[in-house]
Design a protein around this ligand. Sequence first.
Ligand code: NAG
Ligand code: NAG
Ligand code: NAG
Ligand code: NAG
Ligand code: NAG
Ligand code: NAG
Ligand code: NAG
Ligand code: NAG
Ligand code: NAG
Ligand code: NAG
Ligand code: NAG
Ligand code: NAG
Length: 490
Amino acid sequence: MNFIRLLHQNKSFILLLFFIYILFWLTISTCKQVTNVHEIHQSNRLNYRSNSTFYFILNYLFQLKINIILIDPHVLNDVFNYQLSFDKLEQQLITFAITNETVKILFESLLLQDINFSIKTSKTILHNGKTFINHIFIKYETKIVHLAVLHKYNSYYRIYRNHLQLSENIQLSYGDKIRAIDYFETELYEYLFHYPRNISHFLWLYKTSEFLYCNRTLADKMENKFHLYQNFTQLNMIIQSMRHIAHGLDKLEKHYWLAGGTLLGWYRHCGLIPFTNDADFGLYAEEYDESIRNYFLGNSITHIWAALGLVNDSLEFRLSSGNYVFDLFWAYRDGNHRWYGYQAQRSKFRRIIPLLDKLCSCDVFGYRFSIPCSPITYFNSEYGKDKWEMPLEKNYTSANMKYHSMWNDISWMYAVRLYTREGKLRSDELAISWVSKRFNYSYLSVPSFLNVLPNETVTLRPLKFELTNTSSIKNTSLQYKPRLTTRKRR
Ligand SMILES: *[C@@H]1O[C@H](CO)[C@@H](O)[C@H](O)[C@H]1NC(C)=O
Ligand SMILES: *[C@@H]1O[C@H](CO)[C@@H](O)[C@H](O)[C@H]1NC(C)=O
Ligand SMILES: *[C@@H]1O[C@H](CO)[C@@H](O)[C@H](O)[C@H]1NC(C)=O
Ligand SMILES: *[C@@H]1O[C@H](CO)[C@@H](O)[C@H](O)[C@H]1NC(C)=O
Ligand SMILES: *[C@@H]1O[C@H](CO)[C@@H](O)[C@H](O)[C@H]1NC(C)=O
Ligand SMILES: *[C@@H]1O[C@H](CO)[C@@H](O)[C@H](O)[C@H]1NC(C)=O
Ligand SMILES: *[C@@H]1O[C@H](CO)[C@@H](O)[C@H](O)[C@H]1NC(C)=O
Ligand SMILES: *[C@@H]1O[C@H](CO)[C@@H](O)[C@H](O)[C@H]1NC(C)=O
Ligand SMILES: *[C@@H]1O[C@H](CO)[C@@H](O)[C@H](O)[C@H]1NC(C)=O
Ligand SMILES: *[C@@H]1O[C@H](CO)[C@@H](O)[C@H](O)[C@H]1NC(C)=O
Ligand SMILES: *[C@@H]1O[C@H](CO)[C@@H](O)[C@H](O)[C@H]1NC(C)=O
Ligand SMILES: *[C@@H]1O[C@H](CO)[C@@H](O)[C@H](O)[C@H]1NC(C)=O
């Protein structure tokens, strides 16, 4: 009763509501039509543009909802850096990536294909006898779409070698070697394929993507003969910090490589040398800039606590994660080799290493790290030929670590920088004692001029204005013997 009365009383209001309802639906359906028109337009546009064979294949894969990612370095360069139209590409083959989850879907869909694609695959047999598809070649007319299968690890994708015989004029950019590519973000291109969002960075990483295996035979020997086992609980903690350092350097596009005992641990133990509590990284001195120091100053995961040496001489950073220390050594080019500096008290030591003009990739517990492409040459020069295959030389002193010279008074002040966890220059007693213990002068406070702007070249100022000459020559430095390598060789 009440309800009917209500209806009568509000007739006009209900009519209005009804009217709004109709209007609402009209709007919705018009919108829908517009979208449809847009879609039709979109596919027309594709058909119109798809007179190239590549477009034809790619469009077909896209219709099958197969996600592929353009990773071909030449094509990425031509299309995105040189703005070359896709139709104008002269390549016979273009390489895309496909995840190995998608491979199955692809083959199920292609079975139903009504088009005369020629499809060939390359397979790999793992040591456990399992086989899987690594490369797919879809040929139509004269063009080949090459799909390289991505195998996922913790921080990177691995692409295995291609075993299919291809015509001689084809040079693969993936499948030629085993390669490792860090995870990357993608964008969609013209409703056809995805591509790396940051192309220049992707191309930069490609250059060091060649993948090297550790030596499983030696690693097994370390366990079976020497009973040196990997402690995953402990190593996992080191790896996270190592990963953070490597990732930071990659982001800044500064090349690095695992160095010294860390590199040896990867090769000889397929992990890290057990009981290790530090990790070493080498870097090209010519790539140094202050963005690296800025990245690590006050870094919440691994902060820099000491910068020793000068940018142009024996620079090394010592980082800490709280539990472990990490050393970054810059390698200076000198003729046909390089050297790293190492400061012990006031002395400079040097280690000679090969030129390392090419870097590769390796896996440590599922994470990608850069390494020298010829690790054996590196070990032979770092530890002496054939001296590195056996562990546990307790009193090992590096044949490679050579005394070079002493920091002179002025440079010495600049060569020592200690930082707080927050990234501030330390001026406390410890900072003073690091310098003053080995100093000819009394050094009572850290002068403010040492706190140079990170990006400025250091101008070494005369000492007399700032310091008192105490004439107390402390001649202890030369007696120092480096214990660096002993510590690492466990
Ligand atoms: C493809 O299209 C371009 C212009 O869009 C035209 O010049 C060319 O002749 C076409 N090629 C073929 C094979 O149809
Ligand atoms: C992906 O490849 C790995 C081998 O690297 C294999 O073990 C795994 O089963 C594959 N996954 C799928 C979904 O095919
Ligand atoms: C498919 O390709 C084969 C060989 O490449 C050829 O003999 C055949 O005529 C083609 N069929 C069609 C429908 O194009
Ligand atoms: C592993 O190291 C041993 C000893 O140096 C060497 O004989 C062997 O060739 C190495 N294996 C590989 C696969 O490089
Ligand atoms: C592995 O390392 C963890 C953490 O340092 C330690 O607690 C544990 O005892 C170690 N295990 C072995 C077998 O050494
Ligand atoms: C690409 O990556 C580099 C290195 O990390 C970075 O410097 C650059 O800003 C990035 N470019 C874009 C467009 O994000
Ligand atoms: C190794 O060092 C220990 C003490 O550090 C010493 O007793 C021993 O003689 C040394 N061995 C050799 C071969 O130098
Ligand atoms: C200390 O200064 C004297 C000159 O006053 C110099 O000969 C000597 O080399 C200096 N000592 C060091 C360790 O540099
Ligand atoms: C150094 O930093 C200052 C201030 O941050 C800036 O004005 C200057 O351009 C920088 N110089 C160089 C060479 O990058
Ligand atoms: C390094 O630079 C300083 C000035 O910043 C200069 O005095 C010194 O001679 C340079 N050292 C080398 C080895 O070039
Ligand atoms: C320091 O003082 C001693 C003696 O007072 C003097 O011989 C020496 O030249 C002084 N050195 C400098 C660098 O001033
Ligand atoms: C430093 O000590 C060494 C021996 O430990 C000695 O041969 C040298 O002459 C000393 N140098 C100076 C400047 O006193």
